[in-house]
Structures are given as structure tokens and as C-alpha cells.
Design a protein around this ligand. Sequence first.
Ligand code: SF4
Length: 132
Amino acid sequence: MTVPKEIICLGCPNGCHMTCEQHADGSVTVTGHQCERGEDYASEELLDPKRVVTAVVALDDGPIPFAPVKTDKPIPVTKIHSLLKTLYRARATPPIRCGDMLIRDFSGTGVNVTFTRTIPADTTKNNNPGSG
Ligand code: SF4
């Protein structure tokens, strides 16, 4: 049996304080929950925790230096480090629309990364070398 883990359910405003233990046969015992959602939440949090990740990506030729991005669903915690390394190396070029996809199915997780802000092309830069 593992050391019991205290988990606060985020399933609703009740915020039930639960205790979760994994047994030698792999089964999980949850106490302190008031509904099935809490039991599911606690089991997943113990066995396969996931988080939504937000970050920024560097822009080339943008009116601002970075664009905000977010996973479209929670990603396994074990994959977050490699996702952030990928995002810190990534670059994008406006125009970008909120919801545009930056990464599809990151590392086979089924999780996509999308932009969360519309960013127009930078019209203040003169890209015509013959006009100036
Ligand atoms: S266990 Fe159920 S009642 Fe308690 S916080 Fe989670 S969702 Fe709400």
C-alpha cells in the first residue's frame, strides 16, 4: 500500500478533502468524497495526473514578442517538461487567430496546443526594401 495522499476535489465548489491510497493489487481506495466524480478525480490524480498547460511562444516579425498558447485538454504531468521544452524552442509568425493550432497530437497524447489570442501581422514594419 502506498502512503495515503490528500487530494482536494476540484469537481465543484464543495472542494471535498479526500484521502486516496493505492493497494498492492493496484486497486485504489478513496474516502472523503461526496459523489462519484470525486472518486474518479482522486483515482486519476493518484495514478495518472494531468494538467492543462499554458505558455508563450516567441514570434518572428510580430507587433508583440510572444503569443500565448494553451493545451486544448489536460496533458499527463510526465509529458509537461518535454512539451515546455518544445514550446520554448518554437517560433511563430503572425497573423495568428485565436484557436489556430500550433502543435497537433503532442507526443501521441492526443493533446493539441492552440493560440489563445489573435495577433495581427505587424504593419508598422516596412517589408519593402525598395521603398525607403
Ligand atoms: S467529490 Fe463531488 S461533491 Fe465533492 S467536490 Fe468533488 S464533485 Fe463536488
